[in-house]
Design a protein. Structure first.
Ligand code: DP6
Length: 339
């Protein structure tokens, strides 16, 4: 029997991955902030068996999670023959509430890939590079491939980013990151904690027959290049405009797909409006972004924590479901745990 355990953080995209080709390859390049304080911790035990995966969440057996985890291992098998005939018991825990509506697939599949990489080392003696771990995570969930790096990760081949690939993510070069973007925070305002109206896997599919897909992919790739210049120059105002436009484009794509979806709730819109009003009145650079759901991420430089918390507590919390919000600093967050 072999055992491995890892912590892997979640991430929030600044330029969004929305649309795929082939086996979990992105239709456009994307870039994300790693949410170091919102993470999954996973322990995997192997034993001789029939190649089955069993999942325990917070110590309780959860057969409904088996299929996704099984699919993860099945997709690794062509490159990892030792997995044939091996059973996997997977114990997993998110440090954010399960009911928060925060997608756990990025951190969950990232943690699983890190464990699988360590098990591979134990079985074969070969230490896999992080790019391979990232690629393994991608086979579980696209956005997961970005979670194994911080503070910023790039996924998708793009001429402006040498070494970038559709197969795996790479870190944004630390020496190129302007001081203005080195210490940021994310406050996730929980507007809706239930299941998403549309899973991201189904959401990506909508792009296959979307009338604006080609224009969206071209815009995202152009934004990747523009954002590189912004991250190097430290232009926070340009960062704000680009990141917010990306989030609203993702939602606009959902609104004009067939079938169409309206993923924001009235409270999401009100939070965005209040953040924009506050920014205009105070000059404090709070930046909103969203995943494919109703929750609003409020990004801001750490130096404005007091002002941001004041707005959150006095004005935004009342719009959140049960007053729930989650906070994280941006940074690296992979930790190998004592199994
Ligand atoms: C809107 O990575 O969850 O969060 O590859 O099907 O697992 P699958 O999709 P997933 O899609 C995330 C989409 C997004 C944008 C992003 O994270 O880039």
């Amino acid at each position: 029997m072999h055992v491995a355990a890892f912590r892997c953080p979640s991430n929030i995209a600044l330029v969004k991955y929305w649309g795929k080709k082939g086996l979990q390859l992105p239709a456009n390049a994307s870039i994300s902030f790693t949410l170091r304080d919102l993470y999954t911790e996973t322990r995997v035990e192997t034993s001789k068996g029939e190649g089955r995966a069993e999942v325990y969440v917070d110590g309780v057996r959860q057969p409904s999670f088996d299929a996704k985890v099984q699919a993860f291992f099945d997709r690794q098998k062509p490159a990892m023959t030792w997995m044939d005939g091996v059973d996997f018991r997977v114990y997993t825990h998110n440090n954010f509430p399960h009911s928060s509506g925060i997608a756990s697939s990025a951190s969950g599949m990232g943690a699983l890939a890190l464990c699988a990489g360590e098990l591979h080392r134990q079985v074969s003696g070969e230490m896999l590079p992080t790019t391979t771990i990232s690629s393994m995570a991608r086979l579980g969930s696209g956005s997961a491939c970005r979670s194994v790096y911080g503070p910023l990760a790039i996924w998708g081949e793009h001429p402006a980013y040498p070494g970038s690939s559709d197969q795996f993510a790479v870190p944004f070069p630390e020496q190129e990151l302007h001081e203005n973007f080195r210490q940021w925070e994310d406050a996730v305002m929980i507007v809706e904690s239930g299941r998403k109206a549309v899973s991201s896997t189904a959401g990506h599919k909508l792009l296959d027959a979307h009338p604006y897909a080609a224009a969206r992919y071209a815009t995202a790739n152009a934004n990747m290049e523009q954002l590189q210049g912004i991250l190097r120059s430290g232009d926070v105002a340009a960062f704000t405009a680009l990141v917010e436009s990306e989030a609203l484009q993702l939602h606009a794509m959902m609104m004009c797909s067939m079938p169409y979806y309206l993923l924001m709730k009235p409270a999401s819109l009100e939070i965005i409006r209040r953040v924009w009003d506050f920014r205009e009145q105070t000059g404090v650079p709070l930046v909103i972004t969203l995943d494919a759901g109703a929750n609003v991420h409020v990004l801001y430089p750490a130096q404005f924590k007091t002002q941001a918390e004041e707005l959150i507590n006095n004005s935004l919390v009342s719009l959140c479901e049960n007053g729930q919000y989650l906070c994280s600093s941006i940074g690296e967050g992979v930790v190998q745990l004592n199994p």
